[in-house]
Design a protein around this ligand. Sequence first.
Ligand code: NAG
Ligand code: NAG
Ligand code: NAG
Ligand code: NAG
Ligand code: NAG
Length: 198
Amino acid sequence: MASFSSSIMISLLFCCFLFINQTAKCDHDNEDTLLQGINKYRASLNLSALTENDKAECLADEMADQFQDQPCTNTTGSNTVRGNEPQFANYPRLLAKCDLNVTNTRDGKILPVCVPKLDPTLVLSNYTLSQYSQYLNDTSFTGIGIGHEDDWMVVVLTTSTPEGSFVPANGNGVANLAIKFGPISHYLVLLFGFFMVM
Ligand SMILES: *[C@@H]1O[C@H](CO)[C@@H](O)[C@H](O)[C@H]1NC(C)=O
Ligand SMILES: *[C@@H]1O[C@H](CO)[C@@H](O)[C@H](O)[C@H]1NC(C)=O
Ligand SMILES: *[C@@H]1O[C@H](CO)[C@@H](O)[C@H](O)[C@H]1NC(C)=O
Ligand SMILES: *[C@@H]1O[C@H](CO)[C@@H](O)[C@H](O)[C@H]1NC(C)=O
Ligand SMILES: *[C@@H]1O[C@H](CO)[C@@H](O)[C@H](O)[C@H]1NC(C)=O
């Protein structure tokens, strides 16, 4: 009896995590689509694909958080990032949250766009068919991080030089990344299977 009710509990828990996993996955679909689109664009220019950089993704997420309250009136949002220093008083704090500082991000590039409902085709063309395309068509950029919030998409480009690598000088790569639900749900599948057998 006890094992019956506990397997119900586990099943409920399992469904819960399946749901969270699904939403988390969907939530990243538009970022994956953009990454593929950008790398196709790079390939068409005979440039190497950009590789994902966890720190850059962390910063892109933080930046998107900042942008989300701003209206979508200026399509490129480039007026918010002058040079490469975003006009946010708390920018150094955002960097610190991602274990970064101005020394290892200086050569990177932050490219925000605002597109209603993040329509995938418009988001991609806002990068490939605007003045941003000059950065995508640039061999010095080798890495990328993407974040989004509401109608805002933020791309952060990194270089392979120390000034733009987004790698802290102490080289400690243990990321303070968002919790990934994938592995947890895998354990739950196992657990679920175990209770089904019982
Ligand atoms: C890319 O490289 C191929 C073969 O190396 C060449 O035929 C093509 O013209 C190049 N395209 C561009 C855009 O440079
Ligand atoms: C968009 O930004 C430019 C400056 O980059 C500014 O002059 C213009 O007024 C802005 N437009 C809107 C609708 O906010
Ligand atoms: C960028 O996105 C806006 C929607 O926010 C759209 O109106 C505009 O046409 C897009 N620009 C490009 C170059 O795709
Ligand atoms: C990309 O950059 C190369 C070299 O700077 C230039 O010749 C080419 O026209 C650029 N292509 C696009 C689509 O911007
Ligand atoms: C950035 O961090 C590195 C070590 O990770 C340090 O050597 C450097 O002084 C820091 N720069 C700033 C401006 O804090």
